[in-house]
Design a protein around this ligand. Structure first.
Ligand SMILES: *Cc1c(COP(=O)(O)O)cnc(C)c1O
Length: 461
């Protein structure tokens, strides 16, 4: 039996004969895919479980080549409601801005070149002025991400010395970014003070010795300690730092530049407020509440920023021309009247329930009645999180499509949406599938309606 099945396997060269349309592909990669596929079929054949005939096997291999050789990263409709979704690339940016940026930087650009003088320039100069002005800091710089910013600040100011941190701020951000580990890896000695729920100024004061390199204050951005608690403010730490002549660094995480509470987004600590306290350095992410590319922003005292710039780690974690150009664009979106419509992240975050309802209804009106009935679609009120650990306890008002099909499980429906022509990622809550409107980018309505209409209704009651 299995001998017969092995006979159904085409040879590599036989499949290659069908591969004319892949001429532009690297032929080694092509053969590699074919061999890998054939090996899998051979395993089935040996077990006697290969049900396919030779033409079908060849066809399947060709489909697999199609799938594997298309760009792997695709555009996805974010139906999770989470605007800052790390799995979906965090802060979205406007396509029109991406086009402008591509025009300026895809070729050559004045990344480190002074056009006026014809001399070597500094890549930090593209963001230093605007970032300093917006945050009220003396100086500013950008690195690869906030984790790198924290690592760099620790290494420069605290290497071989003690770094004082409250036990209530031993944050884990996700992945392997845990404050105690980062402190260790940056060559510093962790000096914990206080307890999980309460830390007092005198705890810090008592911990300061000759060995102290810096005090680190971490925004517990992704969780909340409630009840019998006490946290020492950055302002008080700055006073202590001044007295003892120790730099204070604040890792702010989400890095809000504007108060959006009037627009339904709860207020987070503002970067400029922390700068105003007189802190040495503040670090925050470029792709959280700022709405920019992945980056770590460092603002604060000029002497300290200059020291960081000279640290060898800076070179290892520097931003490329694309990040800097996108960062410049996101910073430019913050005018006197607050962030402009060009800041897509903030536009999504602040969209009202009313406007989401309107856009949701537009989508509904584009759907065939049969689809709406069979999938049991309703537009319902929802509440979502900002995501990426920003504003952890606060909910944002939104609207969502609820799906109650009779005869298909929520997970099957979710899988169909993920694997359709335009992938849509929704969420399942209490056995029901939802697509939230909060993070659906204006302009994606038609594609979303198309994706919903494209769901296979076979077998549904
Ligand atoms: C998100 C966050 C980080 C990590 O920032 P990335 O830009 O993702 O590297 C570090 N610290 C805090 C407090 C954060 O919220």
């Amino acid at each position: 039996m299995s001998q017969n099945q092995l006979k159904e396997l085409p040879s590599v060269s036989e499949v290659l004969l069908e591969c004319d349309r892949y001429k532009s592909l690297n032929s080694k990669y092509l053969s590699y895919i074919i061999k890998t596929e054939l090996e899998a079929y051979r395993r089935f054949a040996k077990k006697g479980t290969l049900k396919l005939k030779r033409p079908q096997i060849t066809q399947n291999i060709l489909s697999e080549i199609d799938r594997l050789t298309a760009p792997n990263m695709q555009s996805v409709i974010n139906g999770t409601g989470i605007v800052l979704h790390t799995g979906l690339g965090r802060a979205p940016m406007k396509e029109s801005i991406a086009k402008q940026v591509a025009k300026r930087v895809s070729g050559y650009t004045n990344l480190e070149f002074e056009l006026l003088t014809g001399t070597r320039g500094q890549r930090q100069d593209h963001v230093n002025g605007l970032l300093s002005a917006l945050t009220g800091a003396q100086s500013a710089m950008a690195v690869n991400n906030n984790a790198a910013a924290v690592l760099l600040a620790l290494n420069e100011l605290g290497e071989g010395k003690e770094v004082i941190v409250s036990r209530g701020q031993q944050v884990e951000i996700g992945g392997s970014f845990r404050i105690p580990n980062v402190i260790k890896k940056s060559g510093c000695i962790l000096k914990e003070v206080g307890s999980t729920n309460r830390t007092h100024l005198k705890d810090y004061e008592k911990a300061v010795t000759q060995k102290t390199g810096m005090i680190l204050w971490v925004h517990t951005s992704n969780y909340v300690v409630r009840g019998f608690t006490n946290e020492v403010s950055v302002a008080d730490l700055v006073q202590l730092g001044k007295k003892k002549r120790i730099p204070v660094v604040a890792d702010l995480g989400s890095g809000a530049l504007v108060d959006l509470s009037k627009k339904g987004v709860p207020k987070d600590m503002l970067v400029q407020d922390v700068v105003k306290f007189g802190v040495g350095l503040v670090t925050f992410s470029g792709d959280k509440l700022l709405g920019g590319p992945q980056a770590g922003l460092i603002v604060g005292k000029k002497t300290l920023v200059n020291r960081l710039k000279k640290n060898p780690i800076t070179r290892a974690v520097r931003c490329d021309k694309w990040s800097l150009a996108f960062l410049e664009e996101s910073l430019r979106s913050f005018g006197d009247e607050g962030p402009s419509k060009d800041n897509l992240t903030i536009a999504l975050m602040t969209a009202s329930r009313k406007s989401l309802t309107k856009r949701g209804e537009t989508i509904l009106s584009h759907l065939p009645k049969k689809t709406v009935d069979k999938l049991g679609i309703f537009l319902v009120e929802s509440e979502v999180e900002a995501g990426s650990g920003s504003l952890p306890e606060e909910k944002l008002e939104s609207m969502a499509f609820q799906f109650k099909p009779k005869g298909m499980s929520a997970s099957k429906l979710a899988a169909q949406f993920r694997t359709g022509e335009t992938p849509v990622v929704g969420y399942i809550h209490g056995n029901t599938f939802y697509i939230d409107m909060k993070a659906v980018i204006p302009g994606q309505e038609k594609d979303l309606a198309g994706a919903i209409s494209g769901i296979n209704l076979k077998g549904l009651k």
